[in-house]
Design a protein around this ligand. Structure first.
Ligand code: F58
Ligand code: PLP
Length: 800
């Protein structure tokens, strides 16, 4: 939109006056942020109204992206960027004596997700709006986001994330769009005079779902889509039936906290309540809107696409069946055809323990009508498929089995499309995790490699790089990230490479200043910034990275005079509070950091910084400063990864296993520009099938590795008698589930190569550029365009 600097200043001062009845110099930074946020919303409000009208008038097919997590990051700068107001606002604030960055940092970072899954949902919301897809997010408005992480004595301590303390400037409560969600009680089918059966309910627990809508601004296109987050409240009519505080709490608890568990489905009723709550509310509001727009229900599949982001929203399938049959009187067959036309499902994991199942006994008590519908889906599936595929396969793949409701199977059976998030992952779905269902429905399976919002992760997070790219190839890459490949010829341009090195320096200085200010650790900016940022999980193998630090430490201690290329190892990671082993690794990293950082013999040549409270905002600070991107999961375990793509786009070289999208990154940028290493998937599976992995053999055969492992238990690393023993035992006594020892030597060999290569800066920058140039391949805009074409069948703007 168009706005002069003078007009902005006038509007901002007037907003301050209206909100606080005082002068600018008498306001707090958070107050200034709120005023600015309100103003930006006001600037954008017509666009939001117009967009809804545009979609209605054009009868556009709507996409609803259901996700139990959204990790959007701060919205002020990204909204301003997308509205084309960022420079005007920065300038105007400066003229008023204010600093945009300071105000921007006052915005709470909504941590409504654990990690990759939630962040992907946010990148895709941005892309849908920018591609003019009528895309709606549907999720939960958690009162408390993912815990705030602090370290005490090196251990992770979790504090509540009271992100709504000052309210949320971006949201609009829409009472008129509320709906009732029913839990528990008894349900039976009552024969009707026309012969049909109508469910009757008694003693249900009713919960009011109230939506809070957040505008998602498209990039320079006057489009504002909606992210709808639901909050659980007491129904107005129920104040008498819910007399006790406990009953009231049971309702508000549904949307109180985000489950901080990213490793396995929390086997708790509350989680299932959350899942049904936002699935039911979302589907009810979709069907209500659809009916209001006078499309006949038979057109549902032409006008609505519902996307199931991992299994948590799978109950949209039986919920849609319930609404179509019980409230709109469709027959089973009609309802099922419509439901499967509408639904599509993305799987994000092959880890068995993360595949959700619910005990039938618990499920049917909490959701009796939904359970009846799943029983019928199961019965029909068995009836149809047994004659074709045989009882054994059908038993293995049916929605109900082993006393459980199997959510992934229900999601596949009730959807027309099932996708994995990187080619290797999709292959593993077909051949391993969902093998049986792939036999039944081969045509449903497809791959959609993940993508990232280049706007947030390069244009905003790395403005020095963005400006260098603008000066070099013009600004069209900002809309068409695949144009980044036209940077490749600049590999031969010494001046450009020098500037690229300077950009990295600027970003390292910013990170170093933050580390100094918040952690009191001084890090040099000519060192290799070796970065591993992601959830703490055994399969992601932060432990391998710790072993490298210990190797470097011992090397410096043994040969203080030998040449050593300075390194800063940067970690960011939260562990699920109940994940004991991951927390042990956090303690280990912190103890090793203290040991190294405080050793005067080491000086500033080696530093370890574990930045607490990793989240989107910290990622935005670390990623632009990275030289090396550690993507070192055991082959087959990381479905895709997305931090790998973000680090690549910011010029880091990947030190990576052949896992997830690493394989595609290596291919896109060229293996010569990365550091691939380690067991391939076939080798990992070979070990599984033959059962012939003996971690102790690697320990015995490699004295350097033996010394590192021994240092965990022999007092070399002080202060970890229990933690050190646990980790040591996990590797040797319990045979190293994630093949850390098997991959150690190959990993270290590449680390040594990195130290050699980094000294030749011009060549390093050439390779850094190769990564930036190839990163357009992984733009969310492209990924979402593929979802739109192949799965949702919705029109979208072309990327030019
Ligand atoms: C992640 N999954 C994958 N799940 O691990 C990662 O490889 C992929 O890049 C990303 O999805 C996006 O496709 C993930 O983040 C969770 O955090 C779930 C949260 C709820 C419990 C189960 C895990
Ligand atoms: N958490 C946050 C805050 C992120 O920004 C990202 C991705 O950038 C992730 C988690 C996912 O990281 P990874 O792909 O390494 O698992």
């Amino acid at each position: 939109m168009k706005l002069t600097c003078a007009q902005f200043k006038k509007d901002f001062l007037s907003e301050i006056e209206t909100l606080y009845s005082t002068a600018l110099n008498d306001t707090s930074t958070i107050g200034q942020f709120i005023a600015l946020g309100q103003l930006v919303r006001r600037y954008n409000s017509q666009s939001w109204t117009r967009t809804a009208k545009l979609y209605r008038d054009q009868h556009q097919k709507q996409v609803y992206y259901f996700s139990i997590e959204f990790l959007p990051g701060r919205l002020l700068a990204s909204n301003l960027l997308n509205l084309n107001l960022l420079d005007t606002v920065k300038k105007g604030l400066k003229e008023l004596g204010l600093d945009f960055e300071t105000i921007s940092r006052a915005e709470p970072d909504p941590a409504l997700g654990n990690g990759g899954l939630g962040r992907l949902a946010a990148c895709y919301m941005d892309a849908m709006a920018s591609l003019k897809i009528a895309g709606n997010g549907n999720g939960i408005r958690y009162r408390y986001g993912l815990f705030k992480q602090v370290f005490m004595d090196g251990y992770q301590v979790e504090l509540p994330d009271d992100w709504l303390h000052h309210g949320n400037v971006w949201e609009t409560r829409r009472d008129n769009k509320s709906c009732l969600v029913q839990f528990g009680g008894n349900v039976w089918l009552q024969p009707q005079p026309d012969g049909s059966l109508q469910p009757q309910y008694e003693n249900t627990d009713d919960v009011l779902a109230v939506p809070y809508d957040v505008g998602i601004v498209g990039y320079h296109n006057d489009i504002t889509n909606t992210l709808r987050l639901w909050s659980a409240e007491l129904p107005p009519s129920a104040s008498e039936s819910y007399s006790s505080q406990e009953q009231r709490d049971r309702i508000s608890d549904i949307t109180k906290v985000l489950y901080p568990d990213d490793s396995n489905s929390a086997g708790q009723q509350l989680r299932l309540r959350q899942e049904y709550f936002f699935s039911s509310a979302g589907v009810q509001s979709i069907v209500r809107d659809f009916c209001a727009s006078h499309h006949g229900l038979r057109n549902l599949g032409k006008k609505v696409a519902i996307h199931i982001n991992d299994t948590h929203p799978t109950l949209v399938i039986p919920e849609m069946m319930r609404l179509l049959m019980d409230e709109h009187h469709c027959t089973w067959d009609v309802a099922w055809t419509l439901t499967t036309q509408v639904m599509s499902y993305t799987n994000h994991t092959i880890l068995q323990e993360a595949l959700e199942t619910w005990p039938i006994d618990m499920f049917k008590g909490l959701l009796p009508r939904i359970y009846q519908i799943i029983v019928e889906i199961d019965r029909r599936y068995r009836e149809q498929q047994t004659p074709i595929f045989g009882k054994a396969l059908v038993d293995q793949t049916a929605p109900l089995g082993n006393g459980q409701v199997r959510m992934a199977y229900l999601a596949v059976i009730g959807s027309h499309s099932v996708n994995g998030v990187a080619p290797l992952h999709t292959e593993l779905l077909k051949t391993d995790v969902l093998r049986g269902l792939y036999q039944v429905y081969p045509e449903r399976f497809n791959n959609k490699t993940n993508g990232i919002a280049t706007r947030r992760w390069v244009q905003l997070a790395n403005q020095p790089l963005a400006h260098l790219i603008d000066q070099t190839i013009g600004t069209d890459w900002r809309r068409q990230p695949d144009l980044l490949q036209t940077l490749l010829p600049y590999q031969q341009d010494d001046h450009f490479l020098h500037q690229l090195g300077q950009v990295k320096q600027i970003n390292k200085q910013a990170l170093a200043a933050y580390v100094q200010r918040t952690m009191g650790i001084k890090i040099r900016t000519d060192a290799i910034y070796d970065v591993q940022i992601k959830r703490l999980h055994a399969y992601k193998r932060q432990l391998l990275h710790v072993f490298e630090i210990l190797r470097e430490y011992f090397q410096l201690k043994d040969h203080p005079q030998a040449p050593f290329v300075p390194r800063v190892h940067v970690f960011g990671a939260k562990a699920a509070p109940s994940y004991h082993y991951a927390k042990a690794i956090i303690k280990l990293i912190n103890v090793v950091a203290d040991l190294v950082n405080q050793d005067p013999a080491i000086g500033d040549r080696l530093k370890v910084v574990f930045i607490p409270n990793y989240g989107v905002s910290i990622a935005e600070l670390i990623i632009p400063a990275a030289d090396v991107s550690e993507q070192i999961s055991t082959a087959s375990k990381e479905a895709s990864g997305t931090s790998n793509m973000k680090l690549m786009a910011n010029g880091a070289l990947s030190l990576a296993t052949y896992d997830g999208a690493n394989i595609d990154i290596i291919q896109a940028a060229g293996a010569e520009n990365e550091y691939p290493f380690g067991l391939k998937v076939d080798e990992v599976y070979d070990y599984y099938h033959r059962g012939n992995y003996h971690a102790a053999d690697f320990y015995q055969a490699d004295p350097e590795l033996k010394r590192i492992l021994d240092s965990l238990v022999d007092g070399t690393i002080p202060g970890i008698p229990t933690v050190g023993r646990e980790i040591y035992d996990s590797l040797l006594r319990y045979n190293d589930e994630f093949f850390v020892l098997a991959d150690y030597r190959a990993y270290v060999t590449q680390q040594q190569q990195i130290s050699r290569d980094f000294q030749d800066q011009p060549t390093w920058q050439q390779r850094s550029l190769a990564n930036i140039a190839a990163s357009g391949h992984f733009a969310a805009d492209l990924a979402v365009a593929r979802y739109a074409d192949d799965i949702w069948q919705v029109p979208h703007e072309r990327l030019n």
